[in-house]
Design a protein. Structure first.
Length: 366
């Protein structure tokens, strides 16, 4: 969920300078808060050249960090990028302003298939536009996995949730996303329960599945697995689709003998949506709308997807996507694969506390 990208340090501010005269008091600005390394920076530079609006770009690497800031208010941000399930709760809390769709003519480029799914979080898509979407699945080092288990069930969640399987890979390194709102649904789905259950008694069933995996997990982290996979430092990860694919390409470029694969497991996987929205107290709403409309330009959105290896919700962009993006079923799943994907909605506050306690127990292994 998205998704934490490599290299850019959390909280780092990337202020992109504009042409001479930018220091004038009446300078137009848009303050953007996005996932780290989740855009081709030339898009920001081109936006500034075309509009004269300076982009101040700040990054985060977890939905929880973004939500804490949003709900406290007064962030100073004009555009933020929460994942759908978090967006839904934030809309209910009054964190966002309705979009003025008259200022967003590029909405015509958006993809109805994705728009119908994001309405689950944002009815009528009144508060947000889709930026990227992807799945949460398994990334693995092909050579190291086959060396240890030639008949490994590589397309199944058994790779991580079956102790007899996952124990075979403990020596070569396993990382798991530090994301309870993704791992608990995955564990429930694996044992045949509703991944979107809000019943604490059902959620509790995930505990045994996750604790059984725990002894073999080296680290819970939402970005380090990318370089670790690419460098051959680990052999298995639960990660976000585009991040694992970035690791795959880094390994290819390094020609280091590492082959990284991504699978959306046969039992089903989480399909998530990262949405761009404008906070209620955004200081520059006009500039925020200009930024969202620019992002929805087909060639701009294609450039972003070609850089981050995630699918986007812009139908018109597809003709500009590189073949290794649009033609890769790990990025744009087949219709059959789409039917195995599930979505989740936000936990109510009382249930969220149950989830947080369970996850703390899993991470500590006690």
């Amino acid at each position: 969920m998205k998704k934490s990208k490599f290299f850019a340090p959390t909280g780092a501010v990337i202020a992109i300078a504009v042409a001479a005269g930018s220091a004038q008091a009446q300078e137009k600005v848009v303050n953007v808060y996005n996932w780290s390394d989740y855009i081709d920076e030339s898009i920001l530079e081109d936006f500034e050249k075309e509009t004269g609006i300076k982009v101040v770009y700040d990054v985060f690497d977890s939905n929880e960090v973004l939500e804490t800031k949003l709900l406290a208010g007064g962030t100073g941000y004009d555009v933020v990028v929460p994942t759908g399930s978090f967006l839904s709760r934030q809309i209910q809390a009054g964190a966002f302003q309705k979009l003025d769709k008259s200022k967003l003519p590029n909405l015509k480029n958006m993809w109805d298939v994705v728009a119908k799914r994001t309405e689950k979080y944002d009815p009528g898509n009144d508060y947000s536009i889709n930026y990227m979407w992807g799945t949460t699945g398994l990334g693995y080092n092909e050579e190291k996995i086959l060396e240890r288990m030639p008949d490994a069930p590589g397309t199944s969640w058994k790779m991580i949730f079956d102790p007899e399987v996952v124990s075979k890979f403990a020596d070569c390194g396993i990382h798991v996303l530090d994301a309870p709102t993704e791992l608990i649904p995955a564990a429930l789905n694996y044992i045949g329960e509703d991944p979107d259950s809000k019943d604490p008694d059902v959620i509790a069933k995930a505990e045994d599945v996750l604790l059984a995996m725990r002894p073999y997990v080296q680290k819970f982290h939402s970005s380090e697995y990318i370089n670790a996979l690419a460098n051959g430092d680990i052999c298995l990860a639960v990660g976000w689709s585009g991040d694992v694919l970035q690791a795959r390409d880094r390994a290819d470029e390094a020609n280091n003998g590492v082959t990284v694969n991504y699978v959306s497991p046969d039992e089903g996987a989480l399909m998530w949506f990262d949405q761009m929205a404008i906070p209620t107290d955004a200081p520059h709403p006009a500039e925020a709308h200009a930024f969202l409309n620019y992002i929805m330009d087909p060639q701009v959105m294609a450039k972003a997807s070609n850089y981050v290896y995630y699918a986007n919700g812009n139908k018109a962009s597809q003709e500009f996507l590189e073949e290794d993006v649009i033609g890769d079923p790990a990025i744009y799943p087949t219709q059959a694969a789409l039917e195995t994907l599930y979505t989740v909605t936000p936990y109510p506050p009382k249930v969220q506390r149950v989830v947080t306690r369970l996850w703390t127990k899993v991470k500590s292994g006690q």
